[in-house]
Design a protein around this ligand. Structure first.
Ligand code: NAX
Length: 324
């Protein structure tokens, strides 16, 4: 058995946390031979709820779960961590627009960025789930300047999984046969699900569906799926978000086996995206690292969609300039 690694989850007493922790503890993310120590962070008023979550984890008797830490101190939560899921943030309420959300959550991620730099392992892998996740990751990364920026990422995997799910339903094939939809940009209204390179059982998806379906149904359905889930369920996506966070980290940790996976990561200028923006690109994961697939020949429409996302993310970045 390998030595246990430390894994932190923030907002661990929340809805996504409740689905995520069990998947981590069961070995779905880091492997069936990799024990973990879960280090769970919450705000002080939620510590009692967090203790209830810990009790249930203990009661689940996971062989791979070697210890559990509950804390309201980010430095304790991130101490010696190899992987961190930044889920906790203030949810958007009806009276808030996106800029209010950015303003409310920004300060959380300055403190957590500092604490990650101070306390986590130098090669830690961080995925930000809490919204607005691209900009929250940008803030955390900029407040941990002693770490490699490649330690930081934000989650667009739920958007990619939603896209694969739509194609699977449309073509009546198991979702495992669908691959390589690319999510470009922001996990937000401008996000662009691009099926140009998507495959179903090795064949191009574009050869199996009408172009009109892609632009008229697929793209808007994927882009508005979060809202549709809220309307139908009366609550925001939680289990699917947790599952996608596991997919994101699992592939980064264990490799994506040649499949393109979408990860929002600090741009190095790929596809004309300004350096440093946290932007979703097609990536291939291998050997505990990712590389961006940089040679896709994109058309004018995709170029426009990328530019829209650059504009939206640049605006968010400017709104938090004082936190960077
Ligand atoms: P919940 O409100 O159920 O849970 C959030 C938890 O975070 C709460 O327990 C709260 O006490 C805690 N928290 C707040 N501030 C904290 C801080 N400073 N440190 C530690 N913990 C803190 O929300 P949940 O449904 O779990 O969603 C969490 C976040 O994920 C939200 O920001 C949500 O918008 C975002 N999502 C992101 C998605 C993505 O694809 N990137 C999709 C799902 C989800 O909407």
């Amino acid at each position: 058995m390998k030595p246990a690694i430390r894994v932190a989850v923030t907002g661990a007493a929340g809805n996504i946390g409740y689905a995520l922790l069990w998947r981590l503890a069961s070995g779905d993310c880091f492997g069936a031979d990799q024990p973990i120590i879960l280090q769970m962070l919450e705000i002080t008023p939620a510590l009692e709820r967090l203790n209830g979550v810990k009790m249930e984890l203990v009661d689940s008797a996971f062989p791979l779960l070697h210890d559990i830490v509950c804390t309201d101190d980010a430095n304790v939560a991130f101490k010696d961590c190899s992987a961190i899921f930044l889920v906790g943030s203030r949810p958007r309420t009806k009276d808030m627009d996106r800029s209010d959300l950015v303003a409310a959550n920004g300060p959380i991620f300055t403190g957590q960025g500092n604490a990650i730099e101070k306390s986590a392992k130098k090669d830690v892998k961080v995925v930000v789930v809490g919204n607005p996740c691209n900009t929250n990751a940008l803030i955390a990364m900029n407040n941990a300047k002693g770490l490699d920026p490649r330690c930081f990422s934000a989650m667009t995997r739920l958007d990619q999984n939603r896209a694969h799910g739509q194609i699977s339903e449309k073509l009546g094939v198991p979702v495992a046969k669908v691959s390589d939809v690319v999510i470009w940009g922001n996990h937000g209204d401008t996000m662009f699900p691009d099926a140009s390179w998507a495959k179903v059982d090795g064949a191009a998806v574009t050869s199996k569906v009408d172009a009109d379906w892609l632009t008229g149904a697929f793209e808007p359905t994927v882009a508005t799926r979060g809202k549709a889930v809220i309307v139908a369920r009366g609550a925001s996506s939680a289990a699917s978000a947790a599952s996608s966070a596991v997919d994101h980290m699992r592939d980064w940790w264990q490799g994506s086996h040649g499949r393109m996976v979408s990860m929002a990561i600090p741009s190095q200028g790929w596809y004309g995206v300004p350096k440093g923006l946290i932007f979703s690109f097609p990536c291939i994961c291998e050997g505990g690292d990712y590389r961006v697939v940089t040679d896709l020949e994109i058309d004018d429409r995709t170029r426009e969609q990328i530019a829209r996302n650059v504009a939206a993310l640049s605006e968010e970045r400017d709104a938090v300039a004082n936190l960077l």
